[in-house]
Design a protein around this ligand. Structure first.
Ligand code: ADP
Length: 392
């Protein structure tokens, strides 16, 4: 019997949802949508109904619970058998998905200090769902869990020991659901789990991961999702003395600096134009200097991160691109790979250009390590983990 899973990804003012009725259901056949701008007069719900038709309705001033009720109405007669929640930070406690209990909920609350922007928002969704779907089993799937296989030499910062042992300051990594999904998919496509992959998840948030025989061995994000490569509005790696410097010379507060690094930096900060790669690639083609620089820094830092993470792999078999940029931006893939000639990666230019619009495909010449474009499916993976935990 196939069981349907409602996947919930809750932000502070939005709820993304997808109803996944069976394991191999194509993404295009899912009922899915987004309730956004919650709490404001502009709050609305939009998505695709059971017939695949797009819809959009105002739900003015709806809170998370009211938005979930609106989502439930949109599911028409299809009632889920279980709920799977995306939870950003599981700390060291959660190495796999777990069924939600009061103790698990409390542990997510306790981990909020490590993810103040994300875990409280995820909890809003969990609490609203517990009210609206009180009788359904609910599962928390953590973005950090896949990276709990990192060894201490990969996850420890070179800081005083007590900061780790007493305060949990270490590298955790994020986007685990996506890196787990695309590397497992690459293993399926190649028919072997004995593989060393580097994966690049390039969306609004971006991260890289090294995966050896199905396990994460290193990743670019750290204690928070700010560490690592250049992202839409996040800086990625910077000199850790920057905070002290800006405070001493400009009098900036920690909150101002944190806001600048998370919201005003990355592609947006460098280009002075946009955080959106599509806008930047078009602007760069028409000669916009800021867009050209932002793309150059993005690709260089990405190549550098991939080269660095290769140290975690006993053998390098191939590279996987995913996320909105990784799946669609052929020129960004080409510009990044051009910086890694010593890895023997040989891009097939025509296959690269042909693999856009979130199609799956291999884009190398067949003479060096493999290069794959694999559309991510975090919702599908969350549904699979939920199904496995509750119904297997
Ligand atoms: P999120 O992390 O919010 O899920 P996505 O994975 O959808 O985001 O990725 C969004 C990014 O993908 C944006 O920077 C967007 O411009 C970029 N993108 C989508 N399509 C293209 C394209 N055809 N060319 C270049 N960038 C693209």
């Amino acid at each position: 019997m196939t069981r349907s899973v409602l996947v919930i990804n809750c932000g502070s003012s939005s709820i993304k949802y997808a109803l996944i009725t069976h394991p191999n259901q194509p993404r295009t056949a899912r009922m899915e949508g987004l309730a956004e701008q919650l709490g404001s007069a502009q709050a609305r719900i939009k998505g695709r109904d059971a017939q695949g038709q797009p819809f959009e309705h105002p739900i003015a001033h709806a809170d998370h619970t009211q938005a979930l009720q609106a989502i439930l109405t949109r599911l028409e007669s299809l009632t889920p058998d279980a709920i799977g929640h995306r939870v950003v930070h599981g700390g060291e406690q959660f190495t796999t998905a777990v069924q939600l209990t009061p103790a698990v909920r409390q542990a997510i609350v306790d981990t909020s200090a490590l993810a103040p922007l994300h875990n409280p928002a995820n909890l809003l969704g969990i609490d609203a769902t517990l009210q609206v779907f009180a009788d359904l089993p609910q599962v928390a799937v953590f973005d950090t869990a896949f990276h709990q296989t990192l060894a201490p030499h990969a996850y420890r910062y070179a800081l005083p020991d007590a900061l780790y042992t007493e305060h949990g300051i270490r590298r955790y990594g994020f986007h685990g659901t996506s890196h787990a999904y695309v590397s497992a998919r690459a293993n399926t496509l190649t028919g072997s789990t004995d593989q060393g992959w580097l994966s690049a998840h390039l969306g609004n948030g971006c991260s890289t991961c090294a995966i050896w025989q199905g396990q994460s061995v290193d990743t670019s994000m750290g204690l928070t999702p700010l560490e690592g490569v250049v992202m839409g509005t996040r800086s990625g790696d910077i000199d850790p003395s920057l905070h002290a410097h800006l405070h001493r010379t400009l009098g900036w507060s920690l909150d101002q600096i944190d806001q600048m690094l998370n919201k005003q930096s990355g592609l947006l900060g460098l280009s002075g134009l946009s955080n959106d790669m599509r806008t930047l690639t078009e602007a760069a083609r028409s000669g916009h200097a800021g867009a050209t620089l932002a793309i150059a820094v993005f690709c260089y830092r990405l190549a550098k991160s991939l080269a660095a993470l290769s140290c975690g792999l006993p053998r390098f078999d191939g590279l996987i691109f995913t996320g909105g940029i990784g799946e669609n931006a052929a020129d960004i893939r080409a510009q990044t790979l051009a910086l890694l000639p010593h890895f023997g990666l040989q891009l097939d230019p025509s296959r690269n250009l042909a693999t856009t619009r979130s199609a799956e495909g291999r884009i190398d010449t067949g003479r060096g390590p493999q290069i794959w474009v694999i559309p991510t499916d975090e919702e599908g993976r969350i549904a699979a983990e939920t199904r496995h935990l509750i119904f297997a």
